[in-house]
Design a protein around this ligand. Structure first.
Ligand code: ZN
Length: 287
């Protein structure tokens, strides 16, 4: 496939037409890769999680070959602090997609992103644990991001938000927002930041997302200003890997679409690619 990408700030920006998530699984081939390679393809989730995801058949498109050595991953060593694992029990309560949404705001990032943003905002659906993420230049864009997400949910899934939860009341919640939610019949529940007992697995601050993003940037040797690109890919992977927050530890993808996700042909984040130079002279490099 040949595409023309605009050049911006020393990078080629690839704007790829989105493929609906529900048809991305239509791939019946399987690639055999080492455990270390699978760890990188699956965005640096733990070796045990990689083995569980593949052996249980909860993700498709990749299989492990005979090389199952758990090599020390330097990127993970640098990116992830040692901490206790999250609880085993499924904690989601909702049954319908979109009826309970947990919102998590992160930032400001220490480095401004390539698109001049400093914050990321996540909307996690309680029933499926499916996460949508967006980047913001300032915190006061959070309400607009919520409005955009709400409209998307309505048009794409015909879903209405019944309960909106956040542990960032002081940042997201104000009188206007309160009035708006009330007028739409949405209940707002404020939770205590970073308290596992209160917010549970489904609503905990999304620290693993940041750890995976950090490991991917380190592993690929990419600059920090691509932090949102790494977060976006980490969320893509989290939506396709098993989670303890759901019964039977299925993937959010399976909970949402009732089919298993495929990792066939997915390269590790930051894999170098050649770009063709369209107007190159006959003696110039063409890629
Ligand atoms: Zn790693």
């Amino acid at each position: 496939m040949i595409r023309i990408f605009p050049f911006c700030e020393d990078l080629y920006q690839a704007s790829v037409k989105p493929v609906p998530d529900e048809i991305m699984h239509v791939n019946l081939t399987t690639t055999k890769i080492s455990l270390a390679q699978a760890h990188r393809v699956l965005g640096h989730i733990s070796y045990s999680s990689v083995k569980h995801a593949i052996a249980s058949g909860k993700v498709t498109g990749v299989q492990l070959n005979n090389d199952t050595k758990e090599l020390l991953c330097e990127a993970c060593t640098q990116a992830k602090p040692h901490r206790k694992p999250f609880p085993d029990a499924a904690t989601n309560q909702a049954t319908q997609y979109g009826e309970q949404i947990h919102c998590d705001l992160w930032g400001p990032a220490s480095v401004i992103s390539i698109r001049k943003q400093r914050y990321s905002i996540d909307f996690t659906d309680d029933a499926t644990q499916w996460i949508m993420t967006d980047a913001l230049a300032t915190k006061d864009q959070a309400q607009a991001a919520y409005e955009h997400f709400k409209k998307w949910l309505k048009h794409q899934n015909n879903a209405k938000i019944k309960i909106f939860r956040t542990d960032h009341g002081h940042e997201l919640y104000n009188k206007d927002f309160d009035k708006h939610l009330f007028s739409k019949g949405t209940i707002c529940e404020l939770t205590v930041h970073d308290t596992h007992e209160q917010v549970g697995v489904a609503k905990r601050p999304n620290r693993t997302k940041l750890e995976l993003a950090c490991a991917m940037l380190i592993d690929a040797g990419l600059p920090k200003f691509l932090w949102f690109e790494a977060i976006h890919h980490a969320i893509w992977i989290k939506n396709r890997t098993p989670t303890r927050a759901l019964a039977n530890q299925i993937t959010p993808y399976e909970a949402k679409y009732k089919i298993k996700p495929s990792f066939e042909g997915v390269p590790p984040f930051g894999t170098p690619a050649w770009t063709m130079i369209v107007n190159a002279g006959k003696l110039d490099h063409h890629a």
